[in-house]
Design a protein around this ligand. Sequence first.
Ligand code: URA
Length: 210
Amino acid sequence: MTEHLTIVSHPLVQHKLSIMRNKDTSTAGFRRLLREISLLLAYEVTRGLELTTTRIETPLGPMDAPILDGKKLALISILRAGNGLLDGILELIPAARVGFVGLYRDPETLQPVQYYYKVPAELEDRMVIVVDPMLATGNSSAAAIDLLKKSGARNIAFLCLLAAPEGVARMREAHPDVPIFTAALDEKLNDHGYIVPGLGDAGDRMFGTK
Ligand code: URA
């Protein structure tokens, strides 16, 4: 049975995350670290993938070599900050299919509003990894996963960089079947829905907007 919450405590992940949290880290530095950290997080989230074997010839003879079983993975980015995690993961899993869910958070209600939805076919036969760097209230993530389940997805994992306890609780309540992988579980959300101590607005920090 997979844990509902996995904190990836690898020293490289923790070191890179600390640099990303620092408000003096540049946009270029933040982006580079996000790409690097996403490779390490992807390694962890895909640990349970099923293998099969294929017959190959090495220079020294035949062997049944392990390869990934089943259909290609689907990576689903929650726009726009999810794209920062997506780029790194695609380097590790270049054959993955990719989908996008556009949701913005209404600043008043903090509830998600959908503006875009495009996902790969046959989600029911794929491992689906939903990526969004910040699991804050959990409302957007829970709404995105609702949509994916309506599209047939059954084997879903959620990958983020930082999580707030409120977001983890919301996800546990809405989607107890979806394991969460994160580099850290922070203290709380502030009154504006930001994770504290967090790293600020992940989208702004990776794209250099304000
Ligand atoms: N989204 C962000 O980018 N940062 C937060 O702290 C919370 C949500």
